[in-house]
Design a binder for this molecule. Structure first.
Ligand SMILES: [Mg+2]
Length: 464
């Protein structure tokens, strides 16, 4: 049967399906699905890698965690905390914690479900049944009373129903708690003990899939509690408590992002030398080595050309994250505060400075599209193509223009998701914690991050 005739059909037999699939590409990603999804895996045709510099670009789609910013310290802490809670080993003496070499590659840069699945499989033997019930009931109760994300609450209610504890949703003592003041450790102990005494007997024993859902609830409770405290201005207190250093930034801006973002929006029309020198600094911070002296003059000239190019052809920019909106909102607010203060210090007073600072006062001024897990569902996050496809849709970039889109990611799943969405220019900007990832799906791997993307690659543009 001809291709055109096949395209008119709604169903295909195996032979026809094979023909159709082979038309879609030469390389495919195999993405495994969790236990409750049919089929067992998805096959994604990957856009061929584009190595030829483009004469023009239309859009940039960028990951948040690990690319624009990092909250990894908090996420890793919350995952470790989840394992501690389910096993009842809260101190370092009882358990030394996650292994940075063996565990980190499996718990960074993927979806929360995948991270939790890995940890449950690995540490399940150390879990304690009573601790599982207690941790889950507390996390569920906390989310219902203090949680700020509606979808998260729905998921918790669903889990309570599945585990035969739906009574908790209407528990009078729980509902009487003061919504506006977060519980401290003592409140937590009391509430956990109370909920356990009320609902333990009816709790349905958890199989692996339920255990993963419980792990997710416990993880999110911890992570959201920390984010909420950061929002309330308790960042230093948290940093001291969790990491022993009140000055540790819990949310950091990636090196070079404060230069990269204004450049691609065509906002840099003066002080190019100041931006360039900062970029050289950021290059050194990110890659651990100096940008070669012999290349500086040429790179400086190219940098001016890049700035000029984007003044005339500003990119549409989307942030694309597997975090839910509630988290992305807090993280982006914090990171834009950092970017704003860096730019404020860096630039001399000028009209251009005012324009740039105004744009960075609010991340919503800057981005043309913000795509988070809340636009999709936990089961469709990276490496599935969905979030990037939604970004292209929101940015109104049609398929014919995908060759003019550049995507940035720090992880294996992210670089796959970009190409699975049809973008051939998938750039890996790995950072310390994703350095163990397989980045074969990336068109280029830039260990020097965004500074390298500009200094060594001219942002993948062909400039005269
Ligand atoms: Mg990432």
């Amino acid at each position: 049967m001809t291709y055109n005739n096949m395209m008119k059909k709604k169903f295909a037999d195996k032979k026809e399906a094979k023909q159709l699939v082979s038309k879609l590409g030469k390389e495919f990603a195999i993405v495994k699905n969790p236990g409750y999804i049919h089929p067992e895996y998805e096959l994604y045709p990957l856009a061929p890698k584009i190595k030829k510099p483009a004469s023009n670009l239309a859009a940039s789609v960028m990951d948040m965690d690990g690319t624009t910013t990092t909250t990894e310290a908090l996420c890793i802490h919350s995952l470790e905390y989840m394992v501690r809670k389910l096993s009842g080993r809260m101190t370092d003496e009882q358990w030394k914690g996650l292994d940075s070499i063996k565990d980190y590659p499996h718990i960074i840069g993927n979806s929360t479900t995948k991270h939790v699945e890995y940890l449950i499989s690995k540490y399940q033997k150390s879990f304690n049944n009573n601790q599982i019930v207690k941790s889950f009931l507390y996390a569920a109760g906390w989310t219902i009373i203090y949680g700020k994300d509606a979808k998260r609450k729905e998921e918790v209610v669903q889990n309570l129903n599945d585990l035969n504890c739906s009574g908790l949703i209407k528990d009078e003592r729980l509902l009487k708690l003061n919504h506006s003041s977060l519980p401290d450790d003592e409140d937590e102990d009391q509430l956990s003990a109370y909920l356990f005494s009320q609902y333990n007997l009816q709790f349905k024993r958890a199989d692996f899939n339920s255990l993963v859902k419980i792990g997710i609830d416990v993880y999110y409770q911890r992570y959201h509690e920390i984010l909420e405290r950061i929002k309330l201005g308790e960042g230093k207190f948290i940093a001291q408590n969790l990491f022993g250093n009140p000055n540790k930034h819990l949310i950091e801006a990636m090196p070079g992002i404060e230069i990269f973002l204004p450049v691609i929006k065509g906002l840099v029309n003066s002080n190019e030398d100041i931006f360039f020198d900062q970029l050289l600094n950021d290059y050194e911070i990110k890659s651990g080595k100096r940008f070669p002296d012999k290349n500086i003059d040429k790179a400086r000239i190219m940098f001016k050309k890049i700035c000029n190019h984007f003044i005339n052809n500003p990119l549409k920019v989307a942030i694309v994250t597997s975090s839910i909106f509630y988290e992305a909102d807090i993280v982006l607010r914090e990171v834009f505060k950092i970017i704003l203060s860096k730019l404020d210090k860096l630039l001399p007073e000028s009209k251009n400075k005012i324009t740039i600072l105004n744009t960075f006062k609010d991340y919503r001024n800057y981005y043309d599209a913000i795509v988070t897990a809340s636009d999709s569902n936990e089961i469709r996050l990276k490496p599935h193509r969905d979030l990037y496809s939604i970004a292209l849709y929101k940015l109104n970039v049609p398929r014919e223009k995908f060759a003019q889109v550049v995507g940035f990611e720090d992880s294996e799943s992210g670089t796959i998701a970009i190409r699975a969405a049809g973008i051939g220019l998938s750039i890996a900007v790995p950072f310390a914690e994703t350095s163990g990832h397989n980045l074969n799906a990336a068109t280029y791997v830039c260990k020097g991050g965004l500074p390298e993307v500009i200094l060594n690659h001219n942002l993948f543009l062909k400039l005269k």
